[in-house]
Design a protein around this ligand. Structure first.
Ligand code: ZN
Ligand code: FE
Length: 255
């Protein structure tokens, strides 16, 4: 049985996710932007938290943790490489190491760039990856701490996952991301129709996260940096993938 995934809106535009294994009762939360909505969702479902999977050190992903742990004695996991900036970890993880939720193994990917020490959690059997502020719906996190080639390398790892993978990212930034994406890739029909669907979803107050990796590959300009057609659209035919990514990221920073 695949993990049951529940999206939990937090703060003004953050998402946490519950991942529940029905057979064992194990329940993980990915990130802890604020305690209230996460505790309420656990209560409503009668689930007890067993694991907290932290993606990176930013306050909007960890500030709810202490209050959650008062009510749930969960094991806290996060990146060994960033342990000194994260809340106290019970298990410190490096790339390639695994996390077990019930019967299912998740694999840790180093997706540094937004921060150095940002990790993602990929659960292959359930076909889901938790990316927080690395790969986002139609976007990617701003490169605050790492380098452009580092972020490109991180996005490339995520792009190589099975295309049907469900991408659970950390923020509802998709409508703004769509405006930018259309500005750099106006001739992309898949993007035009996705942007319309996003607009409709947001009018209804429906989350646009999670998304599917295949739609990101077709429409997310940050993943399209390796596509020769997109390079031509960017006026960078023949350029390095990482250089095209850096140009797209720089244009977004200035958009
Ligand atoms: Zn962040
Ligand atoms: Fe964030």
């Amino acid at each position: 049985m695949p993990l049951e995934i529940v999206t939990v809106p937090c703060l003004s535009d953050n998402y946490a996710f519950l991942a529940h294994d029905a057979a064992s009762g194990d329940t993980a939360v990915v990130d802890a932007p604020e305690a209230g909505p996460i505790l309420a969702e656990l209560d409503a479902r009668g689930w007890t938290l067993t694991h907290v999977l932290i993606t990176h050190h930013h306050w909007d992903h960890v500030d709810g943790l202490a209050d959650i742990l008062v009510q749930h004695k969960a094991t806290v996991l996060g990146a060994a490489a960033d342990a000194e900036r994260l809340p106290k970890l019970d298990i410190a993880l490096a790339e390639g190491e695994s996390v077990t939720i019930g019967g299912e193994e998740g694999v840790v990917l180093d997706v540094s760039g937004h921060t150095v020490g940002h990790i993602a959690y990929h659960f292959p059997a359930s076909g889901v990856v938790f990316t927080a502020d690395s790969l986002m719906a139609l976007g990617c996190g701003r490169v605050f701490e790492g380098t452009m080639p580092m972020m490109w390398d991180s996005l490339s790892k995520l792009a190589a996952l099975p295309p049907e993978t469900v991408v659970c990212s950390g923020h509802e930034y998709t409508a703004a991301n769509a405006k930018f994406a259309l500005s750099v890739d106006p001739g992309n029909r898949a993007l035009t129709s996705r942007a319309k669907a996003i607009e409709e979803a947001r009018e209804m107050g429906t989350p646009t996260v999670p998304s599917i990796l295949s739609e990101e590959l077709a429409t997310n300009p940050f993943l399209r940096a390796s596509d020769p057609d997109f390079k031509a659209v960017m006026g960078m035919a023949g350029a390095d993938d990482a250089a095209v990514f850096a140009e797209v990221r720089t244009r977004k920073d200035n958009f």
